[in-house]
Design a protein around this ligand. Structure first.
Ligand SMILES: N[C@@H](CCC(=O)N[C@@H](CS)C(=O)NCC(=O)O)C(=O)O
Length: 215
């Protein structure tokens, strides 16, 4: 098999890429990385010294591709399928990338800030950073609520890379700052994402690891 994905099922950025792979039934070898294990973590760092996942390895092309959005762009370019995750039209592609960046930088990253603060050693927490992260999450949810008042998916009728980014980011954002009763259009969009088979599968595969999510 040509493609190997280095990932962990619980990771939001990894789920983003899993959705893209599952959308198109793209064959790949799953390779779970345990960051708590020295040799597993070292193996990831040999591929991508930054040490963050997901990382895709394409043996046929002898290429290592890090960064979730770049992986999805790579899959769209070299392993296209029935779901066109990046539109062919340049204007629509730019709009898709904007929404992808929005969900990564303004939902996923602040959500991670809140979650990882819970993992810090006692006395090393960052209450001010947490406050900023929660304020950003609230602003992002307000914006998504307006945007999704009239849309099915982030780009309208077609499921895209932006929805791959949105699904896991909102999944965990809802756990740190529940939006079910405060943002009804975000909740409706999230409900559609949860029922999308590609994401439903990623969530099912993460379920055995939910106990590792810091409360
Ligand atoms: N910009 C990266 C972010 C990847 C990322 O933050 N991954 C997290 C897991 S969701 C990670 O590897 N965390 C481990 C660490 O920071 O040590 C992407 O889009 O792939």
């Amino acid at each position: 098999m040509s493609l190997t994905l280095y990932f962990h099922p619980l990771s939001s950025f990894c789920q983003k890429v899993l959705i893209a792979l599952y959308e198109n039934g793209t064959p790949f070898e799953p390779h779970i990385v345990d960051l708590g294990d020295e040799s597993s973590s070292a193996e990831l760092k040999r591929l991508w010294p930054i040490g963050k996942f997901p990382v895709l390895r394409d043996e046929t092309a002898d290429r290592t591709i890090p960064e979730s959005s770049i992986i999805i762009e790579y899959l769209a370019q070299h392993y296209p399928g029935r779901t066109q995750l990046v539109p062919a039209d340049p204007e629509a592609a730019r709009e898709t990338r904007l929404r992808d960046r929005f969900y990564d930088l303004h939902v996923n990253v602040p959500m991670q800030k809140v979650v990882t603060d819970r993992l810090r050693p006692a006395g090393k927490n960052d209450p001010f950073g947490m406050e900023q992260a929660k304020a950003l999450l609230k602003t992002a949810c307000d914006m998504i609520d307006q945007e999704m008042a009239t849309k099915t998916w982030a780009m309208g009728d077609a499921f895209s890379m932006a929805d791959c980014a949105a699904a896991p980011a909102l999944f965990y954002a809802d756990k740190v700052m529940p939006f079910g009763t405060t943002h009804k259009n975000v909740a409706g969009y999230f409900d559609r994402l949860m029922r999308r088979p590609s994401f439903a599968r990623a969530v099912e595969e993460a379920r055995p690891y939910f106990g590792l999510f810091p409360k």
